[in-house]
Ligand binder design. Structure first.
Ligand SMILES: [Zn+2]
Length: 289
């Protein structure tokens, strides 16, 4: 009898120490990298959905209900969808202000803070541009914040988190050197974006956003504005138009045909591949050599 009980016990899976809910896929990937098998990570939003407006699902409430730690992008990016889910999940461990609530934006210097919050400016991000994860140089800071949080919540595995973090930083600094070198030829060029989604990426590499396809944040393209963008691309010889994968791509394609610029669809989040592959692809798609 004892033998059977022991065999049963040994065959049980090793339970993760911390259950983590990650608001976006890149947060999930980073957390898995730091936590290894010490945490069970559930990602809420998918990489192809609009990060500003994630459609709520009952399963998301289930994830939040069973989590010890919620890791958010913050900076207002989840303001339209996380608060109602959190209210329904009713989990005291992960409410704002508790140990299990981690807002990564608090550790990042945000850019593009609006001068005024008038509705005439469109649907602006009141706290600044929250799409900071598109700058690969910010990733080690986020990794450190996650490592420290996991260590505080699960001190027994502190050494594991530290070792995984050290390995990540070493690997990532090699990748940063590759990406920086690959992007160097595109410094001082211009780009047209759909939404100012890739500002951190382009700012990092000295690429200036000359215009956006949406006339104002959150406002759909108008024909008048589209024609102005075409004229601007032609006169300023702007080589690149970038499009996210959740807005309609037709306007970008039309502008590309009329202006001669190259239009590419870029992933704003990690998708099915790794963090490395996400940035590898961003680099090769935006800077042709
Ligand atoms: Zn945005």
């Amino acid at each position: 009898m004892k033998k059977i009980a022991l065999a049963l016990l040994c065959s049980l899976p090793i339970f993760a120490s911390v259950h983590v809910a990650a608001a976006y896929p890149y947060i999930g990937e980073l957390t898995k990298t730091i936590a290894g098998d010490k945490a069970e990570v559930s990602v809420i939003a998918s990489a192809s959905s609009d990060p500003h407006f994630v459609t709520p699902r009952p399963s998301y409430i289930g994830i939040l209900r069973s989590s010890d730690l919620l890791i958010l992008n913050g900076g207002g990016l989840e303001i339209g969808w996380i608060p109602p889910l959190l209210a329904q999940a009713n989990n005291a461990k992960i409410v704002q202000g508790s140990q299990g609530y981690l807002d990564l934006s608090r550790y990042v210097k945000m850019i593009d803070k609006p001068v005024s919050l008038s509705r005439a400016q469109g649907d602006v991000h009141a706290e600044g541009n929250p799409h900071y994860a598109l700058d690969p140089h910010i990733m080690p800071t986020l990794a450190k914040v996650i490592m420290l949080k996991l260590s505080a919540m699960d001190p027994a595995n502190k050494n594991v988190y530290q070792a995984n973090y050290d390995a990540f930083v070493k690997h990532w600094s090699d990748k940063l050197a590759q990406w920086d070198a690959a992007m160097a030829p595109c410094r001082n060029t211009q780009v047209v974006q759909y939404h100012e989604l890739f500002n951190y990426f382009f700012n990092r590499y000295g690429i200036r956003t000359a215009a956006t396809i949406e006339p104002l944040p959150g406002i759909s393209p108008s024909s008048k504005h589209t024609m102005e963008v075409i004229t601007q691309i032609r006169s300023e010889k702007i080589p690149l138009i970038t499009q996210d994968d959740y807005h309609e791509p037709k306007t970008a394609q039309f502008i590309a045909e009329k202006s001669g610029a190259r239009a590419v669809i870029l992933a704003h989040d990690v998708g099915n591949g790794s963090l490395d592959k996400w940035f590898d692809t961003l680099v090769t798609q935006t800077c042709l050599r």
